[in-house]
Design a protein around this ligand. Structure first.
Ligand SMILES: [Zn+2]
Length: 561
């Protein structure tokens, strides 16, 4: 059973997530006036002022703020007269996302006279929730050493119902847990505690605490199939189990029975994609679709920080925001940060901020799609093929909305001739990176399945005088950022649908509370939106579907560009 096997090769997801907040959601500001048919900076500002307002609480998947953001999109789609293409004649497609969090009300484990406190003395982790985890209450402890001690591991039967403690010593994002598959030497254990991974714990402590959001698949798990409970254990907790430190333990050493249990509470998030169709004008071709995608979710609420101090720090230390690791500034850097904060203090007092508004990521893409829909709906000249607009949820928690949509498409999947994805469309100019020209645009994946699609994007840029300079560098094979695999377009490409991903690029406010409306470049944003709309129309009006001249990927294979 894959679930169990997963433990052995467990690699923790590189997803930065943040704790939720219970602050109440207030009403978003009412739109001042109706938007126009044209794609304009004013319209985009008006839309984003609603969609990325603090009242949306950072639109984390499945939260009231995310639902409110979707409600704004739905109300606009109704106003523009697009055809609902979600579930049951609505614009919403439910994505069965559930969140799992340890039941903290009864998470204290006891060992002899000692207690293990959740998140301090131990971190429960479960990669897969479809397979039940075995109970550990009453199980006694056995130390089995590390990778070099496999010969000294007690026999399979002797470990039945035990909780084993394994000294991994792995670094990076791989836990380095041993094979616990049912047929293996550790196949009968009730649980495993992996220790000697303090660096990993330091990096992922916040991830462990964050409720895991997973798409609830209707997987038929055969009766009796279970997995061992996995616990990640700081080295400092070992003496609480064995009354001696880790480096004095020998394989086979035993400890008293555990008291208490670890369990995860499940909560249905009620998350939704928003899906709409602008029907094409050509009676035959309108049954084919050009899909346009953006993600309606953002990061949500994070521990409050001073907005300007964070921005000054990131300007110097993390010019690509969450894509850069934090670090300690040296004297020169600290002075620069100090100077920036001082100059801000002259303008305004400190302002605490805990909402990752996601104005650029991906409020900009989501509102660009609405403007493109409005322009096409009011243009009086509809494209030949239909335009399929999908606002995916769950992108930040693992491309979950787009995976669900492409596995449960509301139009025949093979009638989707191409997908155009936009994520972070409102920045990336000289204000963000001095070397960049105002026409900077990142293009990823546009020739990875169809050379013709990539050529078409360039022709539209040239012939329409959109004036963009395409940066293909992030599309290079092996590029460390791996962006081809990191946004919703890949869920279409994995099924052989040619995609083109457009972004104005990264910046210091990526996944930060500082990703605010005030830093968007609305002129560029409107030009980029107009360009993307023109590409979509270019594909929709072709007399043939874009030719797929490159090999289609294995949809189940892990993605590595
Ligand atoms: Zn994004």
């Amino acid at each position: 059973m894959r679930g169990t096997r997963l433990v052995a090769v467990l690699t923790l997801p590189l997803v930065a997530a943040c704790g939720g907040s219970t602050t109440t959601v207030t009403e978003p500001p009412a739109p001042r006036s109706a938007t126009t048919a044209e794609i304009t900076p004013t319209d985009l500002r008006q839309r984003i002022s609603v969609f990325a307002d603090d009242s949306m609480q950072g639109r984390r998947t499945g939260t009231p703020g995310n639902a409110k953001g979707n409600a704004y999109i739905v109300s606009e789609l109704g106003r523009l007269g697009l055809k609902p293409a979600g579930d049951g004649g609505s614009y919403l497609q439910k994505v069965p996302l559930s969140s799992y969090a340890p039941d903290s009300s009864r998470a204290t484990l006891k060992v002899g006279s000692g207690e293990l406190a959740l998140w301090t003395d131990y971190h429960p982790y479960q990669a897969e929730f479809a397979v039940p985890a075995r109970p550990i209450g009453g199980s006694s402890l056995v130390y089995i050493g590390g990778p070099a001690d496999s010969a000294a591991v007690p026999p399979r039967e002797a470990l039945r119902g035990k909780v084993v403690v394994y000294h991994s010593g792995a670094t990076g994002n791989n836990l380095g847990a041993p094979d616990v598959s049912p047929e293996g030497r550790l196949g009968l254990i009730s649980g495993i505690m992996v220790t000697g991974v303090d660096t990993l714990i330091a990096t992922y402590a916040q991830v462990f605490r964050t409720p895991r959001v997973v798409v609830k698949q209707n997987q038929a798990i055969p009766p009796g199939v279970t997995q061992p409970r996995l616990i990640i254990l700081p080295s400092a907790s070992v003496p609480k189990l064995f009354a001696k430190p880790l480096d004095q333990l020998r394989p086979g050493d035993t400890g008293p029975a555990l008291e208490g249990e670890v369990s995860f509470d499940e909560r249905d998030l009620g998350a939704s994609n928003v899906v709409a169709v602008l029907e094409g004008a050509d009676p035959a071709l309108r049954r084919e679709y050009v899909a346009l995608g953006a993600h309606n979710d953002a990061i949500g609420i994070v521990p409050a920080v001073d907005h300007d101090s964070l921005r000054a720090y990131n300007t110097v230390m993390r010019p690509r925001g969450a894509n850069d690791a934090p670090g300690d500034p040296d004297a020169g850097q600290a002075a620069r940060i100090r100077a920036m904060v001082d100059s801000m203090r002259k303008l305004r007092p400190a302002r605490l901020d805990s909402i990752v508004n996601g104005a650029d990521d991906d409020g900009s893409g989501s509102m660009a799609l609405l403007e493109i829909a409005e322009a096409a709906a009011k243009s009086g000249q509809r494209p030949k093929r239909s335009l399929l607009f999908v606002w995916h949820t769950g992108e930040e928690s693992g491309l979950q909305g787009s995976r669900w949509f492409t596995e449960n498409p509301t139009v025949p999947r093979d009638s989707i001739v191409a997908q155009i994805n936009v994520d972070m469309m409102g920045r990336g100019g000289p204000r963000d990176e001095a070397t960049r020209d105002p026409g900077y645009l990142q293009v990823i994946g546009s020739r990875r399945l169809s050379t013709e699609l990539g050529d078409l994007a360039e022709a539209v840029n040239r012939e329409g005088s959109h004036g963009f300079t395409f940066d293909y560098s992030y599309d290079a094979d092996g590029h460390p950022d791996n962006f081809y695999c990191r946004s919703d377009h890949y869920m279409y490409a994995r099924h052989g649908i040619p995609i083109a991903f457009f972004s104005t690029g990264g910046h210091r406010d990526y996944h930060q509370v500082t990703d605010e409306i005030e830093y968007l470049d609305f002129d560029k944003y409107a030009r980029a939106t107009t360009f993307v709309g023109a590409v979509a129309r270019g594909v929709a009006d072709l007399d043939h579907r874009p030719v797929v001249d490159k090999p289609k990927p294995d949809p189940e294979a892990p993605c590595q560009q």
